[in-house]
Design a protein around this ligand. Structure first.
Ligand code: NAD
Ligand code: UGA
Length: 463
């Protein structure tokens, strides 16, 4: 059973902090949950009707708890002081400069949060690593926390496994909850307190309690395995295109082996999202630092294969359009890194657009959820151009049909469900002939499109 009146504070109101804490508040009405962030606009958005992230089902959960036992605030110090458990869910991006630049995790935000906790806390706290961090981070964090020598801290690792677009479902019924702690009595007690919170709705047998290093490493390994599956099927898609096999048929045949399983085998334009690449590169860096260059090389291939897949898609389009796309109009359907999210971090669409701009093509983009300013910011960053320069090549459209008007080709980059229901007869009428479709997600009805008159290229499919 959980202590009555337990107080939780979560530092970082992002894609992880927001949804995870909202679900804890929903499932544990007797626990008070404060989510704090240094970003005032982000907190203001969490307190408004227009939440800062799009996630199916999230609105409902927030509305049910906000103002009851769930609060969003910038009062970081006060919430730290009052809390029994402090989750830290700040961003841990890839380092941009210095040792390990381009690979190692940048723990600046984590360290700042830990220093704040150390400075402000007056009573013992359980500090929980919710962010994805390199193995052995708990040790460094513990040193920072205890540096001030004021009070006792127990550091737990509790990585998050939710996927964007299905975050609420994933949190509601997780495959497992992982809690890592030190093996001393203090650590086990803290681990038990956190396990009791999750036990409000997660079956006990799904709550794994391990040592802290196993927990930290498991998160990096889980993401590396998932990304590896995507790179594996994408590598197979290249073989399919060269041989006449069909990647979906191969995935089905292979995935029916219960040892392999059918999930996460959809060939694509390449994986995106804020974590896969970041976490693999982090693992690669750790392996190198541990004197394991061959192991590092093995995992690095997953990222290299992903880069190749994006470039293969671009090359296919250029070759399909008679070896040049200069001045040609390409309708790009989807900009988010996957469906059901407005998140564009590391989206394949960004690199694909950068390459199109390099070839001086005209791009008309439509995405149902991504904010316009986000697209401009991603493209100016990727192309190292200002917005006016980017706008010479890119227009943003209110719907798919407008994007396809007078286009030479249409490319599906995100698998939004609504792209299946577009009136393709109408699209065909509006496009320049011959009209090309490049399905980067294998979600359209290729037979129907060919009947209408389109020339269709799909990932890992015979022509
Ligand atoms: P995010 O960028 O959406 O959110 C992080 C938030 O932390 C931001 O709002 C930022 O303003 C805030 N912040 C940074 N430093 C702070 C400080 N010192 N004090 C208070 N607030 C601070 O990031 P995210 O996507 O939620 O990811 C957070 C962590 O969770 C990362 O380590 C990531 O690898 C991991 N993770 C992410 C996902 C995902 O689906 N996005 C899933 C599992 C794990
Ligand atoms: C992923 C993991 O699935 C989560 O378990 C993890 O918590 C999270 O990373 C994280 O640490 O951030 P997420 O990136 O939100 O979640 O989304 P995924 O569904 O894993 O998709 C990642 C990328 O792979 C997307 O671009 C998706 O389109 C692509 N993908 C996925 C494929 O191309 N094919 C597939 O079969 C599956």
């Amino acid at each position: 059973p959980c202590q009555d009146g337990l107080k939780i504070c979560c530092i970082g109101a992002g894609y992880v902090g927001g949804p995870t804490m909202s679900v804890i508040a929903l499932k544990c009405p007797e626990i008070t949950v404060n989510i704090v962030d240094i970003s005032e606009p982000r907190i203001a958005a969490w307190n408004s009707d227009n939440l800062p992230i799009y996630e199916p089902g999230l609105d409902k959960v927030v509305k049910a708890c906000r103002g009851r036992n769930l609060f969003f605030t910038t009062q970081v110090d006060q919430c730290i002081k009052e809390a029994d458990i402090i989750f830290v869910a700040v961003n841990t991006p890839t380092k941009k400069v210095g040792i390990g630049a381009g690979r190692a995790a940048d723990l600046t935000y984590w360290e700042l949060a830990a220093r704040r906790i150390a400075q402000v806390a007056e009573t013992p706290k359980i500090v929980v690593e919710k962010s994805t961090v390199p193995i052995k981070t708990a040790e460094a964090i513990s040193a920072v926390l205890h540096g001030a020598g004021k009070t006792q801290f127990s550091v737990l690792s509790n990585p998050e496994f939710l996927a964007e677009g299905t975050a609420i479902e994933d949190l509601d019924a997780p495959d497992r909850v992982l809690i890592g702690s030190t093996l001393c009595e203090e650590g086990s007690k803290a681990s038990q307190t956190l396990a009791d919170v999750y036990a409000h709705w997660v079956p006990r047998e799904k709550i794994l309690q391990t040592n802290v290093w196993s927990s930290e490493l498991s998160k990096l390994v889980a993401n590396s395995f998932l990304a590896q599956r995507v790179s594996s099927i994408n590598a197979v898609s290249a073989i399919c295109e060269a041989s006449g096999a069909d990647v979906d048929e191969v995935a089905r045949a292979v995935g029916m082996d219960t040892r392999i399983g059918p999930k996460f085998m959809k060939a694509s334009v390449g994986f995106g999202g804020s974590c896969f690449q970041k976490d693999i590169l982090n693992l690669v860096y750790l392996c190198e630092s541990m004197g394991l260059p061959e192991v590092a090389h093995y995992f690095h291939q997953v990222v290299q294969m992903n880069d190749l897949q994006k470039e293969r898609f671009v090359s296919r389009i250029i070759h399909g359009l008679f070896n040049t796309i200069t001045g040609k109009k390409i309708a790009l359907l989807g900009f988010a890194f996957k469906k059901d999210t407005g998140d564009t971090r590391e989206s394949a669409a960004i690199e694909i657009c950068r390459r199109f701009i390099e070839e001086k093509a005209q791009i008309a983009i439509y995405d149902p959820k991504v904010e316009e300013e986000q697209i401009w910011s991603d493209l100016t960053g990727a192309c190292q151009m200002d917005k006016i320069e980017v706008q010479k090549y890119v227009t943003l459209c209110p719907d798919a049909i407008t994007a396809c008007d007078n286009a030479h080709a249409m490319a599906v980059v995100t698998e939004w469900d609504e792209f299946k229901d577009i009136n393709y007869n109408k699209v065909f009428e509006k496009m320049i002939k011959p009209s090309f479709v490049f399905d980067g997600r294998n979600v359209l009805d290729h037979e129907l499109l060919r009947k209408i008159g389109f020339i269709v290229y799909a990932i890992g499919k015979p022509l």
